[in-house]
Design a protein around this ligand. Structure first.
Ligand code: NAD
Length: 292
């Protein structure tokens, strides 16, 4: 029989991901802060719980997908949290993008209670979540990875154990660095092309066929063309991730000269009230700098 799953955090990513587990035949009990997301889970065949304790009580596997380290700590620890209420021997898979150190600490604290942990952040965005083709970067122990693999295969396509606890988060931090710099480069090209009077759609199509092509350019092309900045992936979250990669790189003495500049541009968008927009809104930052 399939393991019973509790899912905490039914946002842009968590809702479609948990629905893919339902489609694969798992029973899923969920908890999140928005009632409409709980209703959506119930409509898809899952069970809506009234609290974290209620959601995790009978679970063999608990999956968390919340914004950042403080939320992971809030749902994991304390009398109403996961660690106090889950069965001994359960597996906790945190798929949120958080600091590597938070994942390392969580694994250690959980182990003292007989609970196994994997960090398993993802890349591929909302579309990747819906289509179950996410890249999943995992940190933790081989045996726990092996146990989690069938579940992760219902959510993603490229699933790799990267090393011990925290390694998945380190790889995810690198992912966010590459994505931000890539979006920034595309945004600069878009403003340059438009100011030059070239047909933007034609330009992006041909660029995508050459070495300049990328998943970012494919996925974000329509955002650029239509100035559609509905999230997707919010600037607020990418700001969090640029902080994670900047800190982690400083800790190991790795220089991020370009990443640091892009981190500043992400921060400036947020300071100007654009934190709720999709990260393709880096185009706005370049337009402002260009007087467009
Ligand atoms: P979101 O804001 O849409 O969803 C977060 C969910 O967490 C919300 O439903 C909220 O109710 C829930 N939550 C927060 N605090 C909670 C608590 N104390 N108890 C229960 N539920 C709580 O965010 P998202 O876009 O789904 O992102 C989630 C994580 O995945 C983030 O770490 C993000 O960086 C990462 N991520 C997002 C994308 C993307 O494209 N959106 C892609 C890859 C990774």
């Amino acid at each position: 029989t399939l393991p019973t799953i509790a899912w905490i955090g039914l946002g842009i990513m968590g809702s479609p991901m948990s629905e893919n587990l339902l489609k694969a035949g798992y029973s899923v009990t969920g908890f999140t802060l928005e009632q409409e997301k709980l209703d959506r889970l119930a409509k898809a065949g899952g069970t809506a719980a009234g609290s974290i304790a209620e959601a995790v009580r009978d679970a063999d596997v608990v999956i968390t997908m919340v914004p950042a380290s403080p939320q992971v700590e809030a749902i994991a620890y304390g009398p109403d949290g996961i660690l106090e209420n889950v069965k001994e021997g359960a597996l906790l898979i945190d798929m949120s993008s958080i600091t590597p150190q938070t994942s390392i600490d969580l694994a250690k604290n959980a182990r003292e209670k007989g609970i196994r942990v994997l960090d398993a952040p993802v890349s591929g965005g909302e579309a990747g979540a819906i289509e179950a083709v996410l890249s999943i970067m995992v940190g933790g122990e081989q045996a726990d990875f092996d146990a989690a693999l069938p579940i992760l295969q219902a959510l993603g396509k490229t699933i790799v154990l990267c090393g011990p606890h925290g390694s998945g988060q380190t790889v995810k931090a690198a992912n966010q660095l590459i994505v931000a710099v890539n979006i920034q480069a595309c945004a600069e090209a878009v403003v340059f092309l438009e100011k030059s009077g070239v047909d933007l759609k034609a330009a992006l199509d041909v660029l995508n066929g050459g070495l300049a092509g990328s998943t970012v350019l494919t996925r974000k092309k329509d955002n650029f063309l239509n100035r559609d900045f509905a999230p997707g992936f919010r600037i607020d979250l990418h700001h969090k991730d640029m902080g994670i990669v900047t800190d982690a790189a400083r800790n190991v003495g790795a220089a991020l000269p370009v990443g640091a500049v892009v981190a500043q541009l992400v921060a400036s968008l947020r300071a100007q009230g654009d934190g709720g927009l999709d990260h393709s809104a880096l185009l706005r930052a370049v337009e402002r700098l260009s007087g467009a």
